[in-house]
Design a protein around this ligand. Structure first.
Ligand code: FO1
Length: 333
């Protein structure tokens, strides 16, 4: 059996621990197609947060609390950069994490494409699944916010309210929106810069075409899954492909399990619920994405037109719980 997973970072990485465990049980191969929209270049280094969260988590090197960066991290370089007043100081790079970015940036600058760099880095971490970036090309998520939102603090941003959504607009990188402003700025929309010219990374459409099932991880639908599907040809490979597509709801009881998917959904005007996200993805029978949709027991009454909905415990409390989710998703097909 061949399983393809469309995934973002922190929640998706935890989900992939269960996919890997299930795959070992049944003897399946797993390919993770990972979002690159969060990627950014800072202090001269290319940082790939979602690829690194997945690689570190599956490789046993991730900090389990943060979900990003390395366990047992030190922050000497970050402190030295701050001593120089080197911005941005709101995005912290740990000393061990910087080694990953140095190797990645060196290889990219030498002309290696991101999928080959990812493969090289994964050789050290042995994640046990194949990691592919959605694209080797530049695709960056930016948030379009009101130009007046030069707000120094999230608190100030919070008081700005939606009144600010009329004036001039400006784009900020997703990470600034997410980390510096904690998604508190009045936001018009998200754009995936470079998407129209991006191509699926080598191996991505082939893996999807050869899959027995495609799983959509319980990642942020707006800024993790959407940027993957924004790569021309990638969405079509999934919707027109032979494999059933089953998603796992990242929303339980009307709230995201982790992160700020509620704020992202609000930008799109989509209800923060299992039904809202299921409806956003849509049914493959009517031009959308899903054949099946796994929801939490709290949301057992969820209806998504032309999509098979199944309710079960969705909290990834440990690998066994996550593996049970994966088994249910695969059996839904
Ligand atoms: N998230 C934060 O909230 N603060 C940080 O300083 C931060 C640094 C960071 C460095 C490397 C990395 O791979 C991820 C990092 N993140 C940080 C998390 C990052 O914003 C998220 O992993 C995703 O991009 C959003 O899901």
């Amino acid at each position: 059996m061949r399983i393809v997973v469309l995934t973002g970072g922190i929640g998706g990485a935890r989900f992939l621990l269960g996919v890997r465990a299930y795959a070992r049980e049944v003897g399946a191969e797993v390919t993770a197609v990972v979002n690159v929209g969060d990627d950014l270049r800072l202090h001269g280094l290319r940082v790939c947060p979602d690829l690194d969260s997945v690689m570190y988590t599956l490789g046993g090197g991730a900090d389990p609390e943060r979900g990003w960066g390395r366990v047992g991290e030190s922050w000497t370089v970050k402190e030295e950069l701050a001593a120089y007043g080197a911005e941005p100081s709101w995005f912290g790079l740990g000393d061990k994490d910087i080694a990953t970015h140095l190797v990645r940036t060196t290889m990219l600058d030498a002309g290696y494409p991101l999928h080959q760099v990812t493969e090289a880095l994964a050789t050290r971490w042995q994640p046990g699944v194949r990691l592919l970036p959605a694209t080797d090309d530049r695709l960056e998520t930016h948030a379009i916010v009101s130009a007046r939102s030069e707000l120094a603090s999230p608190a100030a941003a919070n008081s700005a309210g939606s009144a600010d959504l009329d004036g001039a607009q400006r784009a900020i990188h997703f990470q600034e929106w997410w980390v510096r402003y904690r998604a508190q700025l009045p936001t018009h929309r998200f754009v995936f810069v470079g998407a129209e010219a991006a191509k699926p990374a080598p191996g991505v459409t082939e893996a999807i075409a050869g899959a027995d099932v495609v799983l959509v991880a319980p990642s942020n639908p707006v800024v993790s899954i959407a940027p993957i599907l924004a790569v021309p040809g990638l969405r079509e490979a999934v919707t027109d492909g032979p494999a059933p597509v089953v998603g796992v709801s990242p929303i339980i009881g009307g709230a995201p399990v982790r992160g700020m998917a509620d704020r992202c959904l609000a930008v799109l005007g989509v209800e923060c619920s299992a039904a809202g996200v299921g409806g956003l993805y849509g049914s493959r029978a009517t031009g959308g994405l899903l054949d099946g949709w796994l929801v939490a027991e709290e949301d057992a009454d969820t209806l998504v037109p032309d999509v098979t909905v199944r309710a079960m415990p969705l909290r990834m409390t440990d690998e066994a719980a996550t593996t049970a989710m994966v088994r249910a998703a695969v059996e839904l097909t």
